[in-house]
Design a protein around this ligand. Structure first.
Ligand code: MAN
Length: 527
């Protein structure tokens, strides 16, 4: 015989309801505990056993028992609990303070038996709606579970395939590594030959550079010595302030005379310098000054002044010498300013100085060296190719390995979702969830993506919550993280995204992979 369970429970409920309402003394009591309130020689003992009262004192709106057991149906005891039978729907226990408070808490209205609340008993309607919801939910679970099983089948197959692929990749990885090591050795050998051959050129270059520098230094010394002899007009083996004062070129401030301080500057703050000190201390100051002077500066010459050997001073060689130092540049600026103020620049002087180094000629290697360079280049290319190949295999290997290490649910039902991305848009952002990988957020107004967390793991062992952690740092706070609540649904999609706390995000998603229960609506209805 088939018995309809909900109808049976409604009948029993209605019967109990009337049975208890008939006896106000038993109001607010769970029918299943009615025997605890059985009349025992007109006596009732509080549940805590501390007091025995008259049976008629039950529900008399006066709290006798400290545990409130004598007043289940009134609001007399502070900690009392009122039981609504709610026949046709779900029974409910409410704090007895809500009894007769004018608000209908029980759908059968039993809590407002002595107030003006005028409650309507809508338990039957609520019960039917509830049963309909349950039926729909059971239907959803049944269909969803079917889809989950399909996902599980796919997931298991995927894992099997991945295991096979991983084994293959492991072999190719070893093979590729061997080849790469061979190529590395060939490259290293070729580079030794190449290096040896190039070293010959490098050494030659070094030597020629050294030689050039030595020649330069020598030339500079000769120039310094010549200048020293020229300035040492009294031939006492020293150049002193008075000797420099006769040379108008050192009139830095262009006032027509070389002052003591001006002369001292070129003697490196000394009164006089012997030849060696002149070469090391004086010449480094004089030479750049003369170089600039010879290019840009023509000292003011009074008409009546005889032409002396100043012009010679301007002939100091410019090529191959030291670069003008900072001090000289400063002088240069001063000069320019001075001339600009006086409008003295002629066209020639305004031209850019021609001091660009000529392009260094390309070294022409001999045939053997060229062959060795070519061989080394070829070996480098071959190594790069082998290295790239190895890395590609390694990347795939690591990706599969990490997928195989992930927990995709009790029956691998989540495995087909691995790496799948789903979008959700709200007013401000486009949110993206790439399953088992990351969660991101991108402003709709433009701007870059913000990482809201990377796959961390399951938060609960019932596969209902995922956690993505260690996202982009929150300004003045922790790094962003995302909790994903998962419910059963016939397809996979994001239902909502919120940010309950700053930089802590909550995604709600549905997916058939989470349809675990397999209760069918039919079996639920029938006995
Ligand atoms: C961005 C977004 C928000 C977040 C703030 C925190 O605007 O990532 O979700 O609350 O930064 O500063």
């Amino acid at each position: 015989m088939i018995v309809n369970l909900p109808i049976l429970s409604i009948v029993i409920g209605i019967f109990s309801y009337f049975a208890l309402c008939d006896k106000p003394i038993l109001r607010g009591i769970d029918p299943q505990r009615a025997q605890l309130y059985a009349n025992n020689n007109d006596k009732f003992t509080c549940f805590d056993g501390k007091k025995t009262i008259k049976y008629t004192q039950l529900n008399d709106d006066y709290c006798d028992c400290a545990d409130a057991s004598d007043e289940p149906g009134t609001s007399a005891c502070v900690s009392g609990r009122f039981f609504c039978i709610n026949a046709g729907f779900k029974s409910l226990i409410i704090p007895s303070s809500r009894v007769n408070d004018g608000i209908c808490d029980c759908c059968d209205g039993s809590d407002e038996y002595f107030s003006n609340a005028k409650c309507i008993n809508n338990c039957i309607e609520l019960g039917s709606a509830d049963r309909l919801r349950e039926k729909q939910l059971a239907e959803l679970l049944k269909n969803g579970n079917q889809l989950r099983l399909e996902l599980a089948q796919k997931g298991k197959k995927l894992k099997e395939d991945q295991k096979i692929r991983l084994a293959e990749l492991e072999k190719s990885k070893d093979q590729a590594n061997k080849i790469r090591e061979e190529k590395r050795q060939i490259k290293a050998d070729a580079e030794i030959f190449e290096n040896d051959a190039l070293n010959v050129y490098r050494q030659a270059e070094e030597e020629s550079k050294k030689q050039k520098e030595e020649e330069e230094a020598q030339k500079n010394r000769v120039e310094a010595e010549e200048t020293f002899l020229k300035y040492d007009s009294n031939s006492d083996g020293k150049v002193d302030i008075t000797e420099l004062q006769t040379r108008i070129v050192f009139d830095k401030n262009r006032n027509g005379i070389v002052e003591i301080e001006e002369a001292r500057y070129f003697l490196d703050d000394n009164d006089e310098l012997d030849l060696e000190s002149f070469i090391t201390l004086g010449w480094p100051k004089i030479k750049p000054f003369l170089m600039l002077d010879s290019g840009l500066f023509k000292p003011p010459r009074r008409n009546d002044e005889p032409i002396d050997d100043e012009e010679e001073e301007h002939e100091v060689e410019q090529q191959g010498g030291e670069e003008p130092n900072e001090e000289a540049e400063l002088l240069n600026e001063e000069e320019e300013q001075h001339h600009e103020e006086e409008g003295e620049f002629d066209e020639e002087a305004q031209e850019e100085p021609q001091n660009e180094a000529p392009p260094t000629p390309q070294v022409q290697y001999d045939d053997e060296t060229q062959r060795l360079i070519h061989e080394a280049n070829e070996a480098r290319n071959q190594y790069d190719i082998a290295d790239r190949e190895y890395r590609e295999i390694e990347t795939e290997f690591n990706k599969i390995k990490s997928a195989l290490e992930k927990d995709f649910g009790p029956e691998e039902e989540f495995a087909p979702l691995n790496g799948e991305c789903f979008n959700y848009e709200d007013r401000e952002y486009i949110y993206k969830l790439c399953m088992f990988d990351k969660a991101t957020q991108q402003p709709k107004s433009g701007g870059s993506e913000t990482r809201l967390g990377g796959w961390d793991g399951w938060k609960s062992n019932d596969y209902r919550q995922m956690f993505y952690s260690n996202g982009a740092g929150c300004w003045n706070g922790p790094s962003r993280s995302t909790l994903v609540d998962i419910e059963c649904g016939l397809d996979t999609r994001i239902l909502s995204v919120t940010e309950p706390n700053r930089c802590e995000y909550n995604f709600k998603i549905q997916t058939p992979a989470a349809c675990f229960a397999a209760l069918s609506a039919d079996t639920h209805d029938e006995l």
